[in-house]
Design a protein around this ligand. Structure first.
Ligand SMILES: [Zn+2]
Length: 465
């Protein structure tokens, strides 16, 4: 074992500069979702990026296969056809503003690589190629075949993986280095849809608008309402502009992600409270707004009667992300992340009853079941102990409210490569978050991650699946 570990460390060291160069090369392609073209379902740049990943894999001596442009993979054949897989993605989110250099020319600063996709998820994708190279170079024959899958549409719908699983056999176990260490063994269920009020006749509210996406807690919201001579007292975080008979109120809260609502302040809730507290609504509007007040009072669904906690996941979250008026009805979009102690059907039923009680309806409801792999199961323990052994730490498997590739596999987990939640001071000030400006990761961290991925894979190979 000692001998094996030394071999891994040596391999990682030997390949460090090549890995850094490959990360730079693959991050140079601006692989955003683009219009479909023949053999390039997610656009020309994603096709180009996949071709480069496959070429790099072949250069490392691996077999490489194109899955019709949806995905691709590198492979090391084992004794069995059954395979263990890693899966990383090659597509990226738009660069946005705030970069100190070209987001697609990776900069090396004090041992950190900075560029769009470095951390999410092209750096990890390159690591998985070298992980395969290690097994190709050091093993006569692995018990299972080993595949490194490269996805091309993780950020915008995961149709890449949907296609793959429809057309290729699934792995016996998969891990995706697209989250944090040590290992994520569960992802909450998701429910989203619209809460629609009764049709309002002769209401006071002329317009009510907020939100950009269901999974985003809005940091601003705007309502235009007939004032009817009522006084409009000042309120924290609300701008009031009166124009003749109507007033437009703009609320400024604190935005965030629906799956992690802690510390946010929903701007819709601020306006709902203001309108109710100052008597700006008709009796009919008040009925729906009272329900909205309950909804926005917490981020945990108490007001809608869906609060739930299973002791495995964090408690259920429930937020209202988008607001509009359509065909004379208020339409409050909601986004809920739920644990295993409640089902999607139960949530649908409770919400439908709640809406019926205020004369409204639910619409466009979409639910996805929670995903959970027992944290004491052999593969999760293999990943966890590989991490703890390589780092000398004593971390525990965790669960999340968001979703990764893992939930689409029969058995899978998210595994690295970002640091554990407990390492709060890992990133220096000059590195931004994934999806933000100045995204980056350190070379040392990548090398440690590769070491962990190799050790973990060796342990997975010993399991009877
Ligand atoms: Zn990602």
């Amino acid at each position: 074992m000692e001998n094996f570990h030394n071999k891994v460390i040596e391999f990682v060291k030997e390949n460090e500069r090549n890995i850094v160069q490959d990360i730079k090369d693959i991050c140079a392609i601006r692989s955003l979702l683009g219009p479909a073209q023949p053999n390039a379902p997610f656009g020309k740049e994603n096709r180009e990026c996949l071709d480069l990943a496959l070429a790099m894999s072949r250069r490392l001596g691996l077999d490489a296969v194109d899955c019709e442009g949806y995905m691709g993979y590198a492979e090391v054949k084992g004794e069995k056809e059954e395979y263990i897989a890693s899966i990383a993605h090659l597509d990226v989110v738009p660069e946005g503003n705030g970069w100190k250099g070209d987001p697609f020319v990776v900069r090396e600063v004090d041992g950190w690589l900075i560029g769009r996709g470095v951390c999410d998820d092209k750096g990890p994708a390159v690591l998985t190629m070298y992980m395969l190279k290690f097994f190709k170079d050091n093993y006569e024959k692995l018990p299972y075949t080993l595949r490194a899958l490269f996805g091309c549409e993780e950020e915008t719908g995961m149709r890449d993986l949907e296609y793959y699983l429809e057309n290729y056999p699934a792995p016996v176990f998969a891990f995706t280095p697209d989250a944090n260490f040590p290992v994520c063994c569960g992802e909450k269920g998701q429910a989203s849809g619209d809460l629609v009020s009764a049709k309002i006749e002769n209401g006071n509210v002329v317009d009510f608008t907020a939100g950009v996406a269901s999974n985003v807690i809005p940091d601003r919201a705007s309502i235009t309402v007939k004032v009817n001579g009522k006084a409009l007292p000042a309120a924290d975080g609300i701008e009031i502009a009166v124009e003749g008979e109507t007033a437009t109120l703009k609320a400024f809260g604190i935005g965030g992600h629906a799956a992690m609502p802690e510390g946010t302040k929903n701007a819709i809730g601020m306006l709902v409270n203001y309108c109710l507290d100052n008597g700006l609504l008709t009796a009919e509007e008040e009925v729906f707004f009272n329900m909205l007040r309950d909804l926005h009072a917490t981020n945990y669904g108490e007001g809608m009667g869906v609060a739930s906690d299973d002791g495995i996941f964090e408690p259920l979250t429930f937020i209202g992300g988008m607001m509009k008026i359509e065909d004379g009805c208020f339409v409050q979009n909601f986004n809920c992340r739920y644990p295993t102690s409640i089902t999607g059907e139960e949530i649908e039923k409770i919400l439908a009853d709640k809406l019926a009680s205020v004369g409204g309806t639910t619409k466009n409801i979409h639910t996805v079941k929670p995903f959970y792999v027992d944290k004491n199961s052999a593969p999760i323990q293999a990943l966890l102990t590989a991490y703890n052994d390589a780092t000398g730490k004593n971390e525990e498997a965790y669960t999340i409210g968001g979703g990764t590739y893992a939930r689409h596999f029969p058995a899978a987990a998210a595994f690295g490569v970002e640091p554990c939640a407990s390492e709060t001071d890992y990133f220096p000030d000059f590195i931004g978050p994934v999806h933000g400006a100045e995204e980056g990761y350190d070379i040392k961290g990548f090398m440690k991650a590769l070491e962990i991925l190799i050790i973990a894979t060796a342990r997975l190979m010993e399991i009877e699946f």
